[in-house]
Ligand binder design. Structure first.
Ligand SMILES: Cc1cc2nc3c(=O)[nH]c(=O)nc-3n(C[C@H](O)[C@H](O)[C@H](O)COP(=O)(O)OP(=O)(O)OC[C@H]3O[C@@H](n4cnc5c(N)ncnc54)[C@H](O)[C@@H]3O)c2cc1C
Length: 472
């Protein structure tokens, strides 16, 4: 019998369409490994919601692997730096000749994987990374000058232009292998951090719930996506982000499903479906940015000049934003949705991020960290990209003078105040149109704060701060 092959699972918790697993299974009998690096994850700012979802995803993965007679081993590590030693020890103990894994692109993960590859090479073993979570490996799509793209639209055009069918071909699911004498390790006990504060039933973990979400989205909402995606009171988006972030579903599975629904096209045809494809390309774009501009992984601004912005140290303002008591109902409702569910609608991520960075002129890094601590879909590249976009410090940066007015955003995207009433029940008795900016005389005894900043004055302050960058 050939020697066993290790597959190191990380944010690719699935047995279907998994490049590392499919490749390893062609080589020999597979043994899966999962490393829990709790201290490192905490150091990266991941919170209990995401870590608990991750943990439940690993449980689901273990059950699926056992259906294929593939055991899953667990090791608890403090830190990424212990990964090479832990994996080599397993390889030596089991006589495994090689290790496969799917690449992750933020800097620490890249360095961790390089250290593993080098330790394996020194030991005379093979460790092979696969580009699995993206259609193009970072570096494959470059501008005419040979640089990484710093703007989405040309990246997206190049992505569509160079896409070929083989890039989206689904990888084989391994057949059940002969039973091995090595059993799976018992699942680690308890949540990886503290118990998550959210209702976990909304986020069932694993490939089956993810596939079910995708199918339901495409069947009932995909074609309306372009029209409905911006309205937080409507469940118009896929709510697949936590599943994509941890690889319980792949971008290929999503795109193949669109191809099947849209006469074989990703760029033309139904406007709702193609708009949704564009969001998946955004996801890939930010992964390329994290890899191609690693300074963003070091808490640096993408637009280096914006590092001189005079951010305000306003702890009271930050606390009001976190707790949903800024006096701007759309901001407050969104922040309460985030804290209660671990998820926030994309339109509101933009509104709240812009409010923090422009109206309160608070450093985007504080908001980025707060989101990561609460989001069940918290993912470095997309979160950093979104925050730097909103703060006008990033790629495609919103021009600094484009500052959302939270009240008009609310009137436009929640016209009946339905979302506001759901998350701010204290405003539910007001006439719908009054909920966007409740007049004090209508509030009576209702405990809802007045706005903590005046929109016009805050806008002028933000403009001055950005203008100071060019006049210094
Ligand atoms: C400030 C800010 C922070 C964000 N933080 C994260 C994060 O930590 N994790 C995360 O997955 N997304 C993040 N996003 C992007 C986006 O808001 C979420 O992906 C989306 O709301 C998830 O809902 P959905 O699955 O229903 O998305 P859909 O609208 O159904 O989109 C499908 C998928 O495309 C991807 N996607 C959609 N929009 C974006 C985008 N703007 N950038 C990158 N990928 C995108 C997601 O994987 C998403 O699941 C952030 C956006 C902003 C403005």
């Amino acid at each position: 019998m050939s020697s066993p092959v290790l597959v190191w699972f990380r944010s690719d918790l699935r047995i279907h369409d998994n490049t590392a697993l499919a490749t390893a299974a062609r080589e020999g009998p597979v043994i899966g490994v999962f490393l829990r690096c709790r201290r490192h994850w905490q150091g990266h700012g991941l919170g209990a919601n995401k870590l608990a979802f991750w943990s439940r995803g690993v449980t689901a993965l273990q059950a699926s692997l056992e259906g294929l007679n593939i055991p899953l081993l667990h090791r608890d590590l403090d830190d990424f730096s212990e990964a090479p030693g832990a994996l080599l020890a397993i390889a030596h103990e089991l006589g495994a000749g090689s290790l496969h894994f799917n690449h992750e692109y933020p800097l620490d993960e890249v360095n961790r994987d390089r250290a593993v590859a080098s330790a394996f090479a020194t030991a005379g073993l093979s460790a092979r990374g696969h580009h699995d979570g993206v259609a193009f490996a970072p570096g494959e799509l470059l501008t005419g000058k040979g640089d990484f793209y710093a703007v989405f639209t040309p990246f997206s055009k190049a992505w569509h232009r160079q896409l070929s069918a083989d890039r989206l071909a689904l990888r084989d699911t391994p057949a059940a292998q002969s039973l091995m004498s090595i059993p799976s390790d018992p699942l680690p006990e308890g949540p990886p951090l503290q118990a998550p504060p959210i209702d976990e039933s909304f986020w069932p973990a694993g490939e089956a719930p993810a596939a079910d979400r995708l199918a339901r989205f495409l069947r009932f909402r995909g074609r309306h996506y372009k029209r409905q995606r911006d309205f937080p009171a409507i469940r118009g988006t896929s709510e697949l982000s936590p599943y994509l972030a941890l690889g319980m579903i792949s971008h290929r599975q999503c795109l193949q499903a669109v191809l099947a629904e849209n006469d074989g096209s990703l760029a033309e045809g139904d406007a709702g479906l193609t708009a949704w494809v564009s969001e998946l390309v955004w996801r890939e774009f930010y992964q390329h940015v994290a890899f191609g501009f690693p300074r963003v992984c070091r808490h640096r601004a993408f637009q280096v000049a914006t590092e001189r912005l005079p951010w305000r140290n306003d702890d009271a303002g930050f606390a009001a934003w976190c707790e949903g008591r800024t006096g701007y109902p759309i901001v407050d409702a969104a922040m309460r949705q985030l804290v209660a569910t671990g998820w926030m609608h994309n339109r509101l991520r933009m509104v709240t991020a812009m409010f923090l960075t422009k109206h309160l002129l608070i450093d985007w890094r504080r908001g980025e960290a707060f989101f990561l601590r609460h989001l069940v879909d918290g993912e470095f590249a997309a979160n950093n990209g979104g925050w730097q976009w909103a703060a006008s410090t990033g790629t495609d940066a919103a021009p600094y003078f484009r500052i959302f007015n939270p009240t008009t955003q609310s009137q436009r995207f929640d016209p009946e105040g339905t979302f506001l009433a759901e998350w701010l029940p204290e405003l539910a008795d007001l006439p719908p149109k009054a909920r966007h900016a409740p007049p004090r005389d209508l509030l009576g005894g209702v405990d809802y704060p007045p706005p903590i900043v005046d929109h016009k004055a805050a806008r002028a302050r933000a403009l001055d701060a950005f203008k100071s960058l060019t006049t210094d």
